[in-house]
Design a binder for this molecule. Structure first.
Ligand code: OOG
Ligand code: MG
Length: 272
């Protein structure tokens, strides 16, 4: 097997891109390239986003992954990572989500922040919060390109753009004056199937990185390490507080994001 330095990042990114476009599973990159590092993986991720940009896609956001204990336990990986979101990944509430063309998608409840200023670097929670101008509920649809959607290593999942597939934003809530208030928010994730509404999972927003703002602080640092900036106007998904749920035909999922004393917002995704 060639070692990772002799095989180009673009070649590996192309392999993942083809698996995505053909909706088929592929073997983990580290099976053929066991010495792949997290840094190699971010270069492969960037090459993959470059391919999508060449196909006309625009970067509209970033996502943090593996920020909660629940997700770390589900995936057996224990470090926060980031991925990039493009306009073609964004779903609309008025259009049903189609399973056709996906591999093994899962949905998870998220808090999304919109940036009013560019974000990158070593920031305090106060500085990171100043970069935010909107807060909204979001449902992220993950779809790993790897066989079985499991047991991959950190370099594998980073190279695969942190399992990004699609995302749906709900309506924005009032931005709290202080980031500490976000810790008191609550996420309830429901399934609606055959006229039955069932609670899939619920969590305090505190489950996200210990405090949701710390997920944004981590993103700013990770972006700087990659020489990147999240521009004003882009959205950031902070990472799920609870495990992802497999999507199947006829299943609708709903996230209810509640801000004590300030109401709430919900967002629904229906899989066809
Ligand atoms: C990796 C992506 C994790 C999150 O919110 O923690 C993620 C995966 O679970 O495949 O998006
Ligand atoms: Mg996520």
């Amino acid at each position: 097997m060639p070692n990772p330095s002799s095989i180009s990042h673009t070649t590996l990114a192309t392999l993942l891109q083809e698996a995505r476009l053909q909706a088929r599973e592929t073997r983990r990159l580290t099976e053929a390239h066991p010495s792949l590092t997290a840094q190699d993986a971010y270069s492969i991720q960037a090459a993959g986003i470059g391919l999508r940009q060449e196909a006309g896609e625009r970067i509209v956001g970033f996502k943090m992954g593996l920020t909660s204990q629940a997700k770390r336990k589900q995936m057996g990986l224990h470090e926060a990572i980031f991925g990039v979101l493009t306009d073609r990944m964004q779903l609309s509430q008025s259009v049903p989500y189609r399973l056709a063309g996906q591999i093994h998608p899962k949905a998870e409840p998220e808090i999304a922040l919109r940036l009013g200023r560019d974000l990158s670097g070593l920031l305090s929670p106060d500085q990171a919060w100043e970069c935010v101008d909107q807060v909204a509920p979001a449902i992220e649809v993950l779809d790993s390109r790897y066989v079985g959607f499991k047991y991959f290593s950190l370099p594998d999942v980073i190279a695969d753009n942190a399992s990004s597939s699609q995302f749906l934003l709900g309506k924005s809530l009032c931005k709290p004056a202080h980031w500490q208030e976000l810790e008191t928010w609550h996420l309830g994730f429901y399934s609606l199937q055959n006229h039955q509404r069932r609670l899939l999972s619920e969590a305090s927003a505190r489950e996200i990185s210990g405090s949701p703002i710390l997920s944004l602080v981590d993103l700013a640092r990770l972006l700087q390490e990659q020489g990147k900036v999240a521009p004003a106007g882009t959205w950031v998904l902070l990472g799920a507080a609870t495990p992802a749920a497999a999507l199947c035909s006829g299943l609708e999922v709903e996230l209810v994001l509640t801000a004590p004393g300030a109401g709430g917002q919900s967002v629904r995704l229906q899989a066809l």
